[in-house]
Write a protein that binds this ligand. Structure first.
Ligand code: HEM
Length: 188
């Protein structure tokens, strides 16, 4: 097994682990946090959401650094190469922008989450057992509005990403998902 191939396996693992964690963070955010009163019962889902968000942040940074190491130039990090030599599709043209934006929005979402958590002392409340109550309203922190607004943007980006992958996989009949799996001798 070459060094490069090991990195590719790492990228596959990081991609799918990140996907699961992002869906879980969205799920908890939308189902258990937003529109729920800031009572004691909210501390556990909030702590879980924060832990997921921080794990996503770290994975995104590691993923970007690994990609830079495997594909050292900036343009190659975000290169989109559909199979074959066909006329570029709008979906693929969009993906050129969506790929970097997925990194940017994910990083910003985590950064904004931290920008709520630090001033609201959420680490002490959720992980330190400080016994302090949650702030009455997270919207008192400016970052809360942006965390919600950007979550909509991230949802749209993820939607395009999923539709593009499914389109290539099932409509065009190209093994697109195989590129993001543990296949021997694959090339991107
Ligand atoms: C990519 C990572 C993240 C995603 C996808 C995410 C997603 C979400 C979503 C969808 C909501 C509900 C927003 C709304 O509909 O208005 C939310 C709320 C929230 N998130 Fe995140 N989040 C992430 C990272 C973080 C991090 C790292 C923290 C803190 C360390 C955090 C703290 C919060 C807080 C405090 C709320 C507000 C809960 C409330 O209003 O009751 N998030 N998040």
């Amino acid at each position: 097994m070459t060094e490069k191939r090991t990195y590719r396996n790492i990228l596959v693992v990081i991609h799918w682990v990140s996907a699961v964690l992002v869906f879980a963070a969205f799920g908890i955010g939308l189902l258990a946090l937003v529109n729920q009163p800031n009572t004691e019962e909210k501390i556990v889902p909030l702590g879980l959401h924060m832990a997921l968000g921080i794990a996503i942040l770290l994975l995104t940074i590691v993923r970007y650094l690994v990609r830079l190491r495997v594909y050292p130039t900036w343009s190659k990090v975000f290169a989109v190469k559909p199979a074959g030599n066909r006329k570029p599709l709008l979906l693929d043209e969009m993906s050129k922008f969506v790929h970097p934006l997925l990194y940017i929005f994910t990083l910003l979402m985590s950064a904004l989450g931290l920008a709520i958590a630090f001033p609201a002392d959420l680490f002490a409340i959720a992980f330190g057992g400080s016994g302090t109550s949650l702030p009455e309203d997270f919207y008192a922190f400016e970052a809360r509005d942006w965390h919600g607004i950007l979550s909509l943007g991230l949802m749209v980006l993820i939607g395009q990403h999923v539709v593009a992958a499914l389109f290539h996989q099932f409509i065009k009949g190209e093994n697109f998902l195989g590129r993001m799996w543990f296949v021997k001798g694959k090339d991107e």
